[in-house]
Ligand binder design. Structure first.
Ligand code: SF4
Length: 326
């Protein structure tokens, strides 16, 4: 198996609160997964589950408190974390394309800057050709973009431009953090289809971070479901999303039909009040909402299990495994 990225027991602790009432939040707890070459790996969960912190650690914006990350290039060579942003490394696309670009700067200036910083072209003509090639991959062209400001594009067009800019360096791995949550529903699928195209045509790997399980089901090969800093279920996307085993995945899946699942989820659970309480909870973080919670779920941390090829963190399955064994 060609790996492009491996996280081993990554933990990130934040110290929050005032001087007199400081407390620790384990935003990411012992997270381990691999991303394979030419694979779309989903990282899903509600807002505040730790998925963006994982992305920031992979991108080098945050240092993990403990754990190990290893990176490889498409050709199989291992690279250091410092090299990750190099010409064969990692690029990112963020949620709000209007925040990616300064409204007072012409969009093509960002492309010229990236090409210059990575020393990818010699001269303006070659640069324009390279930009045009990247823009055509996302269904646009250099003449459509040249000299125009961010406000002259729709959110969907600007997100495509953001992806095209990321493609300039021909990265091995693209981290897409909620890339379709702020674009019109009508063009969401065209953007997620782009990730498929990049995977198939360029053997690019994508980490697709989302709270939207409908697009995750459509685009991801494998998926990890996160809750309060922990991966609670992980495996093939179809298996996890069509046959969820973890009670949290089941509950998360119920929120799909809503036009804005994030808002519905927040309304349903009152998440702002719950978030801190759940992060600080001993035992299973989901015990306060789980319809199957047992006494030990409130006291003890659930074990990491492998059940029929799926990773699960839940006492429900440890008891089933022991019954099958006995
Ligand atoms: Fe529910 Fe217990 Fe499983 Fe947590 S460990 S999800 S509380 S059954």
């Amino acid at each position: 198996m060609d790996k492009i990225l491996e996280l081993e027991n990554i933990t990130k602790v934040f110290h929050l609160g005032s001087l007199l009432s400081r407390f620790r939040i384990t935003a990411v707890n012992q997270v381990s997964f691999q991303v394979r070459c030419a694979e779309i790996f989903g990282l899903a969960g509600e807002s505040g589950c730790g998925k963006t912190t994982v992305a920031r650690i992979i991108l080098g914006f945050e240092e993990p408190t403990s754990g190990k990350i290893t990176y490889w290039r498409k050709d199989g060579a291992q690279v250091t974390r410092r090299d990750v942003w190099g010409t064969t490394g990692t690029q990112a696309v963020f949620q709000n394309p209007f925040e990616t670009f300064n409204p007072l700067r012409q969009v093509d200036q960002y492309f010229f800057e990236t090409l210059h910083n990575f020393r990818l072209t010699r001269g303006q003509e070659e640069a324009r050709g390279r930009m045009d090639e990247a823009l055509r991959t996302v269904g646009l062209s250099y003449p459509e973009v040249a000299g125009r400001y961010p406000s002259e594009f729709s959110g969907g067009q600007l997100q495509r431009i953001s992806i095209a800019r990321a493609l300039l360096t021909n990265p091995s791995l693209l981290i897409a953090d909620e890339p379709v949550s702020m674009v019109d529903a009508s063009i969401r699928m065209s953007i997620v289809n782009l990730f498929r195209k990049l995977k198939e045509e360029r053997r690019m790997s994508v980490i697709y971070i989302t709270h939207d399980l409908a697009t995750a089901y459509y685009v991801c090969d494998r998926i990890a479901i996160m809750f309060r800093g922990n991966i609670v279920e992980m495996g093939k996307a179809e298996e996890i999303l069509m046959r969820p085993r973890h009670p949290y995945t089941e509950l998360l899946r119920e929120s799909i039909p809503e036009a804005n699942p994030k808002r519905r989820w927040q309304r349903k659970t009152g998440i702002a009040e719950l978030e801190q309480e759940e992060y600080l909870r001993a035992g299973c973080k989901f015990a306060g909402r789980c319809p199957h919670a047992m006494d030990k779920c409130k006291r003890e941390v659930p074990p990491d299990l492998q059940v029929e090829g799926v990773f699960l963190k839940c006492f429900l399955y440890s008891s089933k495994i022991s019954k099958e064994e006995s």
